[in-house]
Design a protein around this ligand. Structure first.
Ligand code: 5GP
Length: 187
């Protein structure tokens, strides 16, 4: 299990898309109660579900972790993870910091990678660049990102996303997908 986590706006999904180019890597399709964005496909990007569906699965213990992110529920389903691990695949989770901390607290074996912004100005620019947030929402998100950033020492590895190619190469090496590059910031 390869857990890619970090503050929102840090470039987790771009990093994950690159990691998924490797056929040995399988994406963990999370369930979420948020609506699909243009271009997103149900069952590929997320399982788009209702709050009732989500609550029922929580009560049945179907999630290995779940969290509420900006008013929507997100969760990792246990069953596809167990199937992928049995097949010997690298199961890639792209989840928020709350979710990763839950898995760490449970002692779920895996490689936990925290993606760091090069600095907070860069993160601010990335979040502002989305142009989907009002200044108040942007401030709230930055505050959350700062709080999450303080949790980075709980992870096995921290990788700075200042250069996408290097960041991906470093994670591939950490995950044993590639022995060529040397890690720079492993703890
Ligand atoms: P978005 O709505 O932009 O796709 O995702 C919002 C946040 O939820 C991102 O930080 C993403 O990594 C996180 N996320 C996506 N799936 C899961 C999940 O299954 N569990 C948790 N804890 N976070 C998730």
């Amino acid at each position: 299990m390869l857990v890619i986590s970090g503050p929102s706006g840090v470039g987790k999904s771009t990093v994950c898309k690159r990691l998924l180019a490797d056929p040995r890597v399988r994406f963990s399709v999370s369930a979420t109660t948020r609506s699909p964005r243009p271009g997103e496909v149900d069952g590929r990007d997320y399982h788009f579900v209702t709050r009732e569906w989500f609550r029922e699965r929580i009560s049945k213990g179907a999630f290995i972790e779940h969290a509420e992110v900006y008013g929507n529920m997100y969760g990792t389903l246990r069953e596809p993870m167990e199937a992928a691990l049995q097949r010997g695949e690298t199961f890639l989770l792209e989840i928020d910091v709350q979710g990763a901390l839950q898995l760490l607290a449970l002692g779920e074996p895996g490689i936990y990678v925290f993606i760091e912004p090069p600095d907070f100005d860069v993160l601010r620019q990335r979040l502002a660049g989305r142009k989907t947030e009002t200044p108040e929402v942007l401030e709230r998100r930055l505050k959350k990102a700062e709080d999450e950033w303080r949790e980075r020492f709980k992870y096995n590895y921290r990788v700075v996303n200042d250069d996408l190619e290097r960041c991906v190469a470093e994670i591939r090496q950490i995950a044993g997908l590639d022995q060529a590059a040397a890690p720079r910031h492993n703890v």
